[in-house]
Ligand binder design. Structure first.
Ligand SMILES: Cc1cc2nc3c(=O)[nH]c(=O)nc-3n(C[C@H](O)[C@H](O)[C@H](O)COP(=O)(O)OP(=O)(O)OC[C@H]3O[C@@H](n4cnc5c(N)ncnc54)[C@H](O)[C@@H]3O)c2cc1C
Ligand SMILES: NC(=O)c1ccc[n+]([C@@H]2O[C@H](COP(=O)([O-])OP(=O)(O)OC[C@H]3O[C@@H](n4cnc5c(N)ncnc54)[C@H](O)[C@@H]3O)[C@@H](O)[C@H]2O)c1
Length: 489
């Protein structure tokens, strides 16, 4: 193996794999480093997106089977969690066939080194295993793709509790009767619904007064109501004060009063922290900010001009933090564009203006483009257009009339057909798929007229993307336009 590369990627998760493979395919010499072969694929493959979505898939099958009872079917039985986790592992193994060191070496032609990387100079790292002195390698540019790990909960009595994070949860073999989830963000809520559907009694404790606090309150309210109907108990505006007993948690409310909840297993899902401790960042002149994130400029560059960050490790971006596999994809494409663009003046700044994400609950929540907060901060004029699926035939047929689409659009003006979408949120079954057309519309600056003129097969669920405009345009047609068409008739 070489000792100097065009690029070294530290960490082989979504970010590291993405940049290493793309740069190698472009003809650069690339070294990809991760601690162990089985960590290749990072959080997403090993203990994030893939296992959680596989678990959600099985839990949905079980839930849907139970819903056939009113039509004469009898469904009974108990979830065999060992079999469910076996299914999860099998899905991971299928993906792992092309996410492992041998495959990457042989098929992608990458140099892959297994070991822990630490900086020993501004463009030089040492890769060691088992704390033994390791190999020294340098590169023109180094990209930190070291990801994130779960925040730990530090309260009295925690050592006596059967406690898990997303890193250990998927090795459970027996379904907990009572699962206490601390944290009401996407990890807690997605996995909470999955375990409730598998048969656990789930209680969610959240510090804030609503679940999924990064979403609009309208949306989190609808979701919370539906999850409550499925049997999840919510203990919001509360934190865990202590675990006085291996099976009970003392919760503290905002007014200082306390209450006890009983459980068998705890899942902690209270956000993310970073893997910077072993990297010896100071040896390369890489500074952290006061929140422990790597200081970055808009071009994902650290305080060392040859070192960049991507993926969860890039939480210190001026544009804000986004912990998603596809945020890593966006970081990678921005970095590569800038690496191969002549002259810094043409470099692309990282922007989340067209970014989107999906929370894979049932119903799903899809959020895209500029948020209402972004619009207010940037003093951009907008209108809030809300559409209830109660008026949509497909939603009536398939019993999701509770669903909702909220768009932030340009003000209608004299020609409502020319209005464009700026951002929005949808809560509905398959919202993640339904919203893709809206996301493309934002990116390609499509107008209300483009949707209006499209004929959607009846009764496709995506007709909603037109219906919202039909109602909005009808409501906002200026009198002068009505007079003109009446005259023309
Ligand atoms: C339960 C859960 C569900 C999720 N679901 C989704 C989802 O549905 N969709 C979505 O988009 N996102 C989802 N995410 C988020 C997503 O998993 C992460 O944003 C993504 O995996 C981050 O990728 P990354 O490459 O930045 O980091 P990681 O995947 O964490 O990879 C970092 C790698 O760096 C290695 N590393 C760290 N330090 C060193 C070092 N010093 N030397 C060598 N190697 C090192 C680690 O071993 C690791 O393999 C989910 C997260 C969780 C926890
Ligand atoms: N579908 C997806 O794309 C998906 C799914 C899961 C996770 N993720 C990513 O993973 C990241 C991490 O998710 P997460 O849910 O762990 O974190 P999060 O930061 O999004 O949410 C954590 C929640 O826990 C609460 N909390 C913090 N400390 C607490 C305490 N002591 N007691 C009670 N509540 C407490 C916070 O107020 C917050 O609401 C997310 O930001 C998301 O980007 C994405």
């Amino acid at each position: 193996m070489k000792s100097h590369y065009d690029l070294i990627a530290i960490g082989a998760g979504s970010a590291g794999l993405g940049i290493a493979i793309a740069m190698k395919r472009l003809g650069f010499s690339v070294l990809l480093v991760d601690r162990y072969d089985h960590r290749i694929g990072g959080d997403c493959l090993n203990d994030g997106c893939v296992p959680s979505k596989a678990l959600i898939h099985v839990s949905r099958l079980i839930h849907n089977a139970k819903r056939t009872q009113p039509f004469g079917w009898k469904t009974e039985g108990k979830t065999d969690l060992a079999a469910v986790m076996q299914y999860v592992r099998e899905r991971q193994d299928i993906i792992r066939v092309h996410e492992n060191a041998d495959y990457l070496r042989q098929t992608e032609g990458l140099d892959v080194e297994l070991g822990t990387a630490k900086f020993v100079g501004s463009q030089e790292i040492e890769i060691s295993r088992d704390n033994q002195p390791g190999r020294l390698v340098s590169a023109r540019n180094i990209v930190l793709c070291t990801g994130s790990k779960p925040q730990t909960l530090t309260v009295d009595g925690i050592e006596q509790v059967n406690i898990h994070t997303n890193e250990t949860l998927f090795s459970l073999e027996t379904l907990p009767e009572r699962l206490l989830i601390v944290g009401s963000g996407p990890v807690g809520i997605e996995l909470g619904q999955a375990f409730q559907r598998l048969g656990s009694q789930v209680t969610v404790v959240g510090a804030e007064d609503r679940i999924l606090s990064k979403e609009l309150p309208d949306v989190s309210d609808i979701l919370q109501k539906r999850l409550t109907e499925e049997g999840i108990e919510f203990k919001l505006s509360r934190t865990v004060k202590s675990f006085p007993h291996p099976n009970s948690a003392e919760l503290v409310l905002e007014n200082g009063s306390t209450e006890l909840v009983e459980f068998d297993v705890v899942l902690v899902a209270i956000g993310r922290t970073f893997n910077f401790d072993e990297l010896n960042l100071s040896a390369a002149g890489i500074d952290l900010d006061d929140k422990g994130r790597i200081k970055l400029n808009d071009y994902l560059q650290t305080t060392n001009e040859h070192v960049f960050a991507a993926g969860d490790a890039a939480a210190g971006l001026p544009a804000g933090q986004r912990y998603f596999s596809h945020a890593a994809e966006l970081h990678v494409s921005t970095l590569i564009t800038n690496f191969i663009t002549p002259g810094q003046i043409l470099d692309k700044k990282l922007s989340y203006d067209y970014f989107s994400w999906v929370t894979f609950t049932d119903p799903e929540v899809a959020t895209f483009g500029l948020s209402e907060d972004d619009l207010k901060k940037r003093t951009i004029s907008y209108e809030r257009v809300a559409y209830d699926f109660a008026h949509d035939d497909r939603a009536v047929i398939e019993d999701y009339a509770y669903a909702k689409l909220i768009l932030f659009t340009e003000p209608s003006g004299i020609n409502p057909f020319g209005t464009r979408i700026l951002g929005g949120t949808m809560i509905a079954p398959n919202a993640g798929e339904l919203a893709q057309e809206l996301i493309l519309a934002i990116q390609k600056k499509l107008t209300a007229g483009d949707f209006f003129n499209k004929i959607y097969p009846y009764p496709t669920a995506s007709r909603i993307n037109k219906s919202v405009w039909v109602d909005h345009i009808s409501d906002n047609l200026p009198d002068v336009v009505k007079k003109a068409v009446n005259w023309l008739y």
